[in-house]
Write a protein that binds this ligand. Structure first.
Ligand code: PRP
Length: 208
């Protein structure tokens, strides 16, 4: 039996499509209601539908053998797993944004940055030798500079609509993001053949 944590929300639909194309029995996942655990109708696979951070936690603790999760979450919190495949879905970017009349890069001294991703933010600004205080914001991060709690934000941008509609501009792009397959390190040894088969089928479904 293999267990796979799927991140719910934004990438869920595309991930389910890939599993369907790869021939897995994921009919339960397509009409899921409020259920959180699903059995594959064809294979010895169990799926969990979880938040991105929890997908990483479950894999790192070995209660899920594998997970589909965004690179944004991996860059922010993950460390103890193998990243084995880029699914090419959930494509977006980590960006730095501010209100148009603010230049955070020519500031002398301390600036404040709002973000759901404090570690990514700290690493980025430390790399630039800037003195930054990161204020953790859980959602709708675009509000932070509008309300004046921070001068800028580090966030993910997909279409750019949220920034635009809230009057913010991108002042730097940090990196590209997409959804990845991660695997628990012990599972990869103990269930190598089964896991490799799942990875191969997913890889082929992504490439077609
Ligand atoms: C993300 C991100 C932006 C938005 C960007 O938020 O934090 O707010 O999507 O997408 P866009 O460039 O296509 O407009 P999400 O929708 O995940 O919700 P949240 O703000 O509650 O975290």
């Amino acid at each position: 039996m293999i267990s796979i944590a799927l991140t719910k929300g934004r990438i869920e639909k595309d991930a389910v499509k890939i599993f369907e194309k790869a021939g897995f029995g994921i009919d339960e996942l397509k009409s899921k209601g409020r259920k959180l655990v699903f059995n594959d109708s064809k294979e010895e696979i169990k799926y969990f539908l979880v938040k991105a951070n929890d997908a990483v936690t479950y894999v790192e603790h070995g209660v899920a053998d594998m997970a589909i999760v965004g690179k944004d979450t991996l860059l922010e919190k993950g460390e103890n797993y193998y990243e084995v495949l880029d699914l090419g879905i959930g494509k977006c970017k980590f960006i730095v944004a501010t209100l148009p009349n603010v230049n955070i890069f020519n500031r002398i001294g301390h600036i404040k940055i709002g973000s759901k991703y404090p570690n990514v933010s700290k690493r980025y600004f430390e790399g630039k030798g800037m003195d930054v205080e990161v204020i953790k914001i859980e959602g709708s991060v675009e509000l932070a500079p509008i309300l004046g709690i921070s001068e800028g934000i580090v966030d993910i941008m997909e279409t750019g609509t949220t920034l635009k509609e809230n009057g913010l501009i991108v002042v730097d792009e940090i990196c590209d993001i997409s959804s990845r397959v991660i695997v628990n390190k012990s599972s990869f040894k103990l269930k190598r053949n089964e896991i490799n088969e799942v990875i191969d089928r997913i890889r082929m479904a992504c490439n077609n």
